[in-house]
Design a protein around this ligand. Sequence first.
Ligand SMILES: NC(=O)c1ccc[n+]([C@@H]2O[C@H](COP(=O)([O-])OP(=O)(O)OC[C@H]3O[C@@H](n4cnc5c(N)ncnc54)[C@H](OP(=O)(O)O)[C@@H]3O)[C@@H](O)[C@H]2O)c1
Length: 272
Amino acid sequence: MTASKKPGTALITGASSGIGAVYAQRLARRGYDLVLVARNRSRLDALAGKLKEESGRQVETIAADLTNKADIARVEAAIRGNRDLTVLVNNAGVGSASPLLGSDIEKMEAMIAINVNALTRLTYAAVPAFVDRKAGTIINIASIVAVSPETLNGVYGGSKAFVLAFSQSLQHELGDKGVRVQAVLPGATATEFWGIAGVPIAHLPKEIVMKTDDMVDAALAGLDQGEQVTIPSLPDLAEWSAFDAARRAMSDKLSRVLPAARYGVGSVAAAA
Ligand SMILES: NC(=O)c1ccc[n+]([C@@H]2O[C@H](COP(=O)([O-])OP(=O)(O)OC[C@H]3O[C@@H](n4cnc5c(N)ncnc54)[C@H](OP(=O)(O)O)[C@@H]3O)[C@@H](O)[C@H]2O)c1
């Protein structure tokens, strides 16, 4: 009889509330030990206590502000130093619903720091060991605004387009190295995100807001089904597949020696 393989440890950022807290609960139920990261230490500790009791798993917490370089470095060190780490959930993030040019640039920069910089640095910290072990899973929480930047604030949309493109590039580079990368594109989900972004959730039409449990359960089902991009709300997966196929089909026509004929300029000699 072979001993069953332990799932290992999952590190989840933004685990103090909303989507991250549900990932923590679901992954504990799947047998993972956890490292929970966010700023609010008391919320993290309360969740850790509850999950330890519920699941019997080991649960550590790291109170860290992922807009702060020294704090990010502590989380990177925790990732590099944990040989049991098998899953990284890059979930921590903030959004905004305010118009692009009416937004405070300092807040926009802080949004980029957490949604883009922290996610990138933590991924860089995790990937080398995953590649060495030919195993590991990175779950990046993007958003539907990655493909619908007109929906909310443009910096938020841009930051989530980064998460999607970065995830697709990682899938391309790491897919044959045993590392799984999933980008999750939630639509509106019933968390504190909306209040923080400046729109009370009660102001959204009920029919577009998903329960957090349902969103995470669908995302994990998508992961189990081998999806690289999971859009929990999208009824017909063929629509995403057609969109992605169109992008891929266009990609080998995007770099050429001559400008397109419609511009009426350019010659091979000038371009050489
Ligand atoms: N809710 C939606 O409709 C929706 C839709 C699409 C995508 N998303 C994405 O889902 C992810 C999770 O959001 P959510 O909806 O679950 O919202 P949430 O309940 O507000 O959770 C955000 C999490 O990120 C943490 N966080 C925020 N700023 C941080 C910082 N500077 N350093 C460290 N942690 C920080 C928060 O914890 P602390 O405050 O304790 O630090 C919290 O745990 C985000 O990336 C968001 O963009 C949400």
